[in-house]
Design a protein around this ligand. Sequence first.
Ligand code: FE2
Ligand code: FE2
Length: 170
Amino acid sequence: MAQDNAIASGVVDMLKEDHTKVKELFEQFESAQGRERGQIAATAIQELEIHAALEEKLIYPAIREEIDEDDLMNEAVEEHHVVHLLIRELKKLKASDPTFQAKFMVLSELVKHHIEEEEGNVLPKAEESDIDWQSLEEMVLKRREALMSKASSGGRSARSSSNRRSKSKK
Ligand SMILES: [Fe+2]
Ligand SMILES: [Fe+2]
């Protein structure tokens, strides 16, 4: 409840910082040219993937358990789903491809809408709930570190090859 708000702000602040960062990258993309656009897009995609993984695996489940807002949370998950679809398609394209920019702009619009929904609706409700923020924050920080080191060591190809491996085992 209210006395937990100071602890809630750790996780919530981190999410909002990520949101600000990715919105800045979207802005930079719009004013950049050529090669630079590809680099900005790649950074934004990496940020989004880490952020989405933390929300999907740890933060959304914790929120879902404490607030009675299934429709709101289902919608957020569907928006993540579309973000992942767009990212998957963007990764197959060169930044110079004519459809890359269009797809990236659609991603940007969707993510900005999603952020408004989270900051305006989901997070304020979560902050008023009885989530165990301290243990959530510990888990989030640990997972974030692991995801970041995976990403910086070329996590993309490692991830897809491990997916293939686990499928072929079955
Ligand atoms: Fe978010
Ligand atoms: Fe989200």
